[in-house]
Design a protein around this ligand. Sequence first.
Ligand code: DAH
Length: 338
Amino acid sequence: MKEKISQIVERTMAKIEKLDSAKELNDLKVEVLGKSGELTLILRSLKSVSADERPVVGKIVNDARVELETAFTDKLARLEQIELNERLMKEKIDISIDRKRPIGKVHPLNDIKRKAIDFFVCMGFIVTDSPEIETTYYNFDMLNIPPDHPAREPQDTFFVTDNIILRTQTSAGQIRTMEKIKPPIKMISPGRVFRSDEADATHTPCFHQMEGLVVDKGITMCDLKGTLSSFAKHFFAEDTRIRFRPSHFPFTEPSVEVDVSCVHCGGKGCNVCKGTGWIEILGAGMVNRKVLLGCDIDPDIYTGFAFGVGLDRITAIIHGINDARVPFEGDIRFLKQF
Ligand code: DAH
């Protein structure tokens, strides 16, 4: 019997060594140590062994059992470790992949807007905000735009109600500022404006303006020209010239349209300036007496100038963008270029 037991142990140990799956290992364990396993049956047959021999043989069977159980447990632990290592290798996460995420940038229009704000803030202007949903009172009436003015037609303006609109110009911000602050005033007010235009290469129903307003004692058109000339040189090139052309805006008198010498050809004439050597960038003028009076500012004591720059237009000139719609599309291929 002793012999038989050591044979079982030897054979089982050899098998344990060879097996490399937990399932097979378990099956083998049942075969040898299970309820009707080889070794268990031997233990049961001890009844037939004589009473003297029984403790000796019993100890041998028990030792064999302990030895095999330890071997099974050790092997199972080794197999589990191998399996765990394989799984860890397979499930490895490459955390470096995160770093490849592209980094966003400031939209070219916002970049230009920020540079324009920086320039005027350095000149001592304050930055004000005013509502995009505006009343006809601020957008038209207080700016001396009469009720029969074509700008008030529904084909030019988005009406919310008869007297609430989407602002068509940042000029409404002039009035809101003059109601709150009394001269000296030096302010800019950038923001979105809306007109009911069909979108095409030169129009979009939403675009961006920056209003400027200076009101103080003794302000003249020279101040306007000096301010805008410095702005143009700062924005385009040191040798940029500006010119004033007579124009008409109800809220300024006199009114001008302001051109800069073409940034692409320096004034010789090219396809950007359509051969003229000049590019129009803004409207401006001396604040109309009626507008000052409406805001309780005495036009015999104070004078002022105002201007409204088209930010989309400046962005297009600087970057050579030839379709006004493109900057609004959010197309990554376009934005990546800046
Ligand atoms: N608001 C005008 C427009 O949208 C631009 C403008 C012209 C603004 C003259 C001004 C100004 O402040 O003085 O066309």
